[in-house]
Design a protein around this ligand. Structure first.
Ligand code: DGL
Length: 254
């Protein structure tokens, strides 16, 4: 069974890709929306949540855990790997490398939470590419709340998105990295504001491929799902946002 967690519904943008490559697996998804957003919380707080949720997912029978949250990965993945050595953890990291390799303008924009942008892994990756490309960053202020509330489009959403995105575009970014798993649900709005010449990168497909590699290597692919979409949805707060996003990603498929 594959355990997935996020501070809220954002990790569903990762599940959406994972189920394409692992359609016959069982899933349990934990939305920690009673504690959302993680982005402005201390690393220690997010780590504690990560520990609690990991125990919960292991009790449910998870044999691999996807931290479908950049902020939680930055704060907790090393501690969780040390504390739960028998469990493989798959984390998220802003896709700076493909952006740096593909940019024509030499400027890439990274949209993420404050917690992710402060994380040591991100800072190390950024350091590797900074000699060759200019990396400009912005926190997507209010983006997580928009997604949790299901306000994925409309004039108000455009206004909120434009406020954080504009500085990146003004700096000349021709590539925008979505460094928070909530943000792909705003991709249509982001692309509309950025224009068709700007490439918007969602790392979820490559994370899904990496998960397959890890599960193959450890012989964890079971193919024991009871029919299509064997997933248990769990929320620490109101269950409605997760159910809404789940319905939405299922409608997208048809
Ligand atoms: N979806 C999350 C991430 O990838 C967390 C957003 C938040 O709770 O602030 O960073």
């Amino acid at each position: 069974m594959i355990g997935i967690f996020d501070s809220g519904t954002g990790g569903m943008s990762v599940y959406r890709e994972i189920r394409k490559v692992l359609p016959r697996e069982k899933y349990v998804y934990f939305s920690d929306n009673a504690h959302c957003p993680y982005g402005d919380k201390s690393a220690e707080y997010v780590r504690d949540r990560g520990r609690f949720i990991t125990r919960f997912l292991l009790d449910k029978g998870a044999d691999v855990i996807v931290i479908a949250c950049n902020t939680a990965t930055a704060a907790a993945v090393s501690a969780l790997r040390a504390e739960f050595p028998d469990t493989p953890f798959i984390g998220m990291e802003p896709a700076v490398k493909p952006a740096a390799l593909g940019t024509r303008s030499g400027v890439i924009g990274v949209l993420a939470t404050a917690g992710t942008l402060k994380g040591s892994k991100y800072l190390t990756t950024k350091g590797k590419f900074e000699d060759n490309v200019r990396i400009v960053e912005a926190v997507g202020r209010g983006f997580v709340e928009l997604v949790e509330d299901g306000r994925l489009d409309g004039p108000e959403t455009e206004k909120v998105v434009e406020r954080s995105l504009r500085p990146l575009l003004d700096a000349g970014a021709d590539t925008v990295v979505l460094g928070c798993t909530h943000y792909p649900f705003l991709k249509d709005v982001i692309s509309r504001i950025a224009g068709e010449d700007v490439r918007v990168i969602d790392p979820a497909p490559s994370v899904a491929r990496h998960l397959v590699d890890v599960m193959e290597e450890r012989k964890l692919i079971r193919g024991d799902a009871a029919g299509e979409q064997d997933i248990e949805l769990v929320s620490s707060g109101d269950p409605a946002p997760l159910e809404r996003i789940f319905r939405m990603i299922n409608t997208e498929r048809v």
